[in-house]
Design a protein around this ligand. Structure first.
Ligand code: GLC
Length: 556
């Protein structure tokens, strides 16, 4: 493996371990299952795998509630399985990135059990405990709200104090002001780096610190969270989110990672404007988190102008040496294929866009075959958020890319048309979430054989990206933007690549200044068979066609 900043040019694939491959037949995915599928991933052509949490956990939030930071959830396997997985991945040239939840643990973590046991327990101060407001301390200590709504405090009758949680009550926040907590978590980070993991995805990183004096948050008219503001749920989160100490923490973690060779990287989950995300990356000094997620495509329709606006915003904020990321789906959001109304051609245009922009693409497992959001009942949802909002008349919104039950985007990977979609070796077992109803038509085995499938489009795109340095490291410039099409140029000293995307269901003719182009990719696999893709200096794009072109060097 090369020792340079490989992560700048990488492509990331997110695995939700419970749902990828079950090797034992209990209906739950596991690490040996992932090991079986590493060859598939290497062949797909992605380079880095991000695993959602694999540590011991009561699984109330499916791993985002950790009860032991330095072990493997026995349902998923053993540490020996983990070591085997890491070794095989590295042998195949793949990297493994773990999910690290620094903000909170499970309330079943021995630390919290101790902390809760009495006010003078040595672990008391590992979490955030406060007296309630008068009368009788029966009102929460201040007005802070949890991310999914409601007070962020839970009363403990045993010790007659309240503890703070930013997400759900079984996920108490760790007290990062306590040097023992800091030391423990830094050591945990080192523990996994010493084992050889290639980096971390940092869960709700912006929430790690809170105001030491527990000041109330000021009022805001804003209800829904958004990337454009730090306000939501009628308050401006100035005292519970984005504290200066959290930006400092980003720099401290960077220092730790910088000690390691080959280089490692971190990507932060931060719900904020691109400008704030950039600040977490160290701003101009570039000494914070290597990357942060940009979720700004989520509010975009299949609309060239809207997407262009977001790309330009990212290009402005994440100027070199910073890099943006591009995310269509993840384990919290509605699947992209559902958001494009299950239109294969549109999906191919979006895949071409994601893999040719300047930035690191994050592909969610199953998006490469067009898995859909599966409809689930809120009341019986596995996801606690679904159960919390069981009464809601609105279950999901394509516009906001959210579904109240996140089960719908977490269903088992669809490997083949056999019962249980080849996810589990036991065809009769009830899988932990039901298999998507379309699995007989939408699966890896079927798409593998079809050269025109979405899976093969992803494979080709990933290969084209790997083979063309301008797509990995070139600068970015728009050549044409309209409501119907986007054309942009990626320039690297060694080559120039042009990408043209037709967002309309009709032909589109776009003239280009550079006529000396060769077609190296089209979403229409037959496009290269004739010269019809171009007339002199005009590109002839078919409905919903995406093309990648290379400028021919003079003399070639
Ligand atoms: C993040 C995770 C989400 C989890 C929450 C609490 O937003 O992506 O799945 O439920 O944090 O850890």
């Amino acid at each position: 493996m090369s020792h340079d900043e490989w992560w700048r040019r990488t492509t990331v694939y997110q695995i939700y371990p419970r749902s990828y491959k079950d090797s034992t037949g209990n209906g739950i995915g596991d690490l040996p299952g992932i090991i079986e599928k590493l060859d598939y991933l290497a062949e797909l052509g992605i380079e880095t795998i991000w695993l959602s949490p694999i540590y011991p956990s009561p699984q109330e939030d499916h791993g985002y509630d950790i009860s032991d930071y330095r072990n493997i959830n026995p349902e998923y396997g053993t540490m020996a399985d983990f070591d085997r997985m890491l070794k095989k991945a590295h042998d195949l040239g793949l990297r493994i990135v773990l999910d690290m939840v620094l903000n909170h643990s499970s309330d079943k973590h021995p630390w919290f059990i101790e902390s809760k046991s009495s006010r003078d327990n040595p672990k008391r101060d590992w979490y955030i405990w406060r007296d309630g407001r008068k009368p009788g301390g029966k009102a929460p200590p201040n007005n802070w709200k949890a991310m999914p709504g409601g007070p962020a405090w839970r009363y403990d009758p045993g010790t007659e104090q309240w503890y703070y949680f930013h997400f759900l009550p079984f996920q108490p926040d760790l007290n990062w002001w306590n040097p023992n907590v800091q030391k423990e978590m830094y050591d945990t980070v080192r523990y996994w780096l010493d084992k050889g993991v290639d980096g971390f995805r940092l869960d709700i990183f912006h929430a790690v610190y809170q105001d030491k004096n527990f000041k109330n948050n000021p009022f805001s008219f804003r209800v829904l969270p958004s990337e454009n503001s730090t306000a939501s749920l009628f308050q401006n989160h100035v005292n519970d989110l984005h504290l200066p100490e959290t930006f400092e923490l980003a720099r401290n973690l960077r220092k730790i990672l910088d000690e390691y060779d080959p280089p490692r990287f971190m990507v932060g989950e931060i719900t904020a404007t691109p400008e704030i995300c950039h600040k977490y990356m160290g701003g101009a000094a570039n000494d914070g988190l290597h990357l942060t997620f940009q979720f700004n495509f989520l509010r975009c329709r299949f609309n060239a102008r809207q997407l262009a606006r977001q790309i330009k915003h990212n290009e402005r904020v994440f100027m070199h040496p910073a890099l943006p990321t591009y995310v269509y789906s993840n384990h919290d959001l509605m699947r992209i294929f559902t958001r494009v109304s299950e239109n294969w051609d549109k999906m191919k245009v979006l895949a071409t866009l994601q893999l040719t922009l300047r930035g690191v693409p994050f592909i969610y497992y199953g998006d490469e075959i067009g898995m859909s959001q599966v409809k689930v009942k809120l009341k019986t949802s596995e996801d606690p958020i679904g159960r919390k909002f069981w009464w809601s008349p609105i279950k999901q919104s394509k516009y906001f890319a959210f579904a109240f039950s996140r089960d719908g985007c977490r269903t088992p990977m669809q490997w083949n048309s056999e019962p249980n979609a080849g996810f589990s070796p036991d065809e009769e077992v009830k899988t932990w979430l039901r298999i998507g109803p379309k699995y007989k038509k939408v699966n890896v085995a079927i798409q593998d054989k079809n050269p025109n499938s979405l899976l093969n489009t992803y494979r080709t795109l990933l290969q084209v990206r790997r083979e063309n340095i301008a797509l990995q490291a070139g600068s970015f410039e728009f050549l044409h933007e309209s409501s119907g099409a986007l054309v942009y140029k990626r320039t690297h000293p060694e080559q120039v690549i042009i990408v043209a995307l037709n967002f309309k269901k009709k032909r589109n003719f776009i003239s280009l200044a550079s006529p000396r182009l060769e077609l190296i990719f089209s979403t229409d696999i037959k496009a290269g068979e004739t010269d019809a893709w171009k007339t002199d200096a005009t590109l002839n794009l078919k409905p919903y066609e995406g093309m990648i072109l290379r400028e021919m060097q003079s003399g070639s």
